[in-house]
Ligand binder design. Structure first.
Ligand code: ADE
Length: 353
């Protein structure tokens, strides 16, 4: 496909500013996530199978003196897709440019960023399922043969340009692999799903983060936070910070099992790691829809949330924890969800299932 742009647009493309991500200066309060991001495979906890295959691909790319194949990471949010892309860049010894599909709305956005790449660099596109058709079609030849086809000027004075790009690696991340178009998906040589973390892995993530933030935490304290972190390091890291605030204000700053549990109860995070929204969602299905099935649009409207938040943020863990089921006719709660929320008698009386 060729991209028609007027001369003005083309000027903008040529003058695109360099936006390579530089190592961040750590400001714990404002830039918490970047400060604690692991930079190497050794410090990146979990996803062992994926790490092993990536290490081999990276070593092979280095020996061939070629960039790494394009890679697609998918799975629920907060499992470390961006972090992993940063680790790969570090391991390859190249710079990474980070963007997200909603920032690539106009052709010149994607053209600009592609033309600003230097040989071997990594382009990371988050939420890649949200790329529009035009941007996707610009990406195809860029990914496959490292060139851009562009036409510039008005209709009578059209000039066609084929612009060679340096060889680069595209890393795409998505929470919705199913929404990626087939042709785009097929252009990734490495495609991997990130899995939820075990409690043991989350305990290690929490102890590492506590170490960086100079938070004192016992093994049992870390386990208590891990247990309620929904298999997700991003949540674990946020909770450890909130629990640490509580420990500092109400006690001596040290996180023990008791302090962690008291603080998490105060935050209304329950034993399963569910928050108010999760519980409201399950209660709604139980009380108003006899346990389901009910469509996600109906659930979202009743909760005043958007469908995307329900699907991308709440549901993945509820599904994985076996509290919610997806059926062709909508969402259903499981007997375990009823038990967890204290609806045992309700289950019998209302013939929920
Ligand atoms: N913080 C977020 N994700 C992490 C991971 N996988 N390992 C260590 N720390 C993390």
């Amino acid at each position: 496909m060729s991209i028609v742009s007027d001369d003005n647009d083309f000027e903008i493309v040529k003058n695109v500013r360099e936006e390579t991500i530089k190592p961040e200066v750590c400001d714990f309060d404002r830039n918490f996530e970047n400060c604690i991001r692991p930079k190497t495979f050794e410090t990146y906890i979990g996803q062992s199978a994926l790490k092993e295959t990536l290490k081999i691909s990276i070593e092979a790319a280095k020996r061939r003196e070629l960039p790494l194949d394009h890679a697609l990471f998918y799975g629920p949010p907060g499992l470390g897709k961006t972090t992993l892309a940063g680790v790969i860049a570090e391991q390859m010894g190249v710079e990474i440019k980070i963007t997200a599909a909603p920032a690539l709305e106009r052709p010149r956005d994607i053209i600009g960023i592609l033309m600003s790449l230097k040989g071997g660099q990594i382009l990371f596109i988050d939420e890649i399922h949200r790329l529009n058709k035009v941007a996707e079609e610009i990406l195809y030849p860029a990914m496959e043969d490292f060139f851009l086809d562009m036409t510039t000027g008005k209709i009578q004075t059209v000039k066609t340009l084929r612009i060679a790009l340096p060889k680069f690696t595209l890393i795409g991340a998505t929470t919705k692999a199913g929404e990626l178009s087939g042709p785009l998906r097929d252009r990734f040589g490495i495609v991997h799903r990130l899995e939820f973390y075990s409690e043991d892995e989350l305990t290690r993530v929490i102890k590492r983060t506590a170490g960086i933030l100079e938070i004192e935490i016992t093994e049992e304290g870390a386990q208590a936070v891990a247990k309620r972190s929904r298999g997700t390091p991003r949540i674990a890291n946020r909770l450890v910070k909130r629990v640490s605030d509580y420990a500092l204000v109400k006690h001596d700053g040290k996180i023990t099992q008791d302090i962690a549990n008291t603080a998490l109860n105060a935050l209304k995070i329950d034993d399963f790691g569910l928050d108010n929204t999760d519980r409201m969602l399950l209660r709604l299905i139980i009380e108003k829809y006899d346990g389901g099935p009910v469509g996600v649009e109906t659930i979202a409207a009743a909760l005043g949330e958007d469908v995307r938040t329900i699907e991308d943020v709440c549901e993945p863990y509820l599904l994985q924890a076996g509290l919610l089921q997806r059926t062709p006719r909508g969402r259903k709660v499981s007997p375990e969800a009823c038990r967890h929320l204290g609806y045992e008698n309700f289950t019998d009386q209302q013939n929920l299932f």
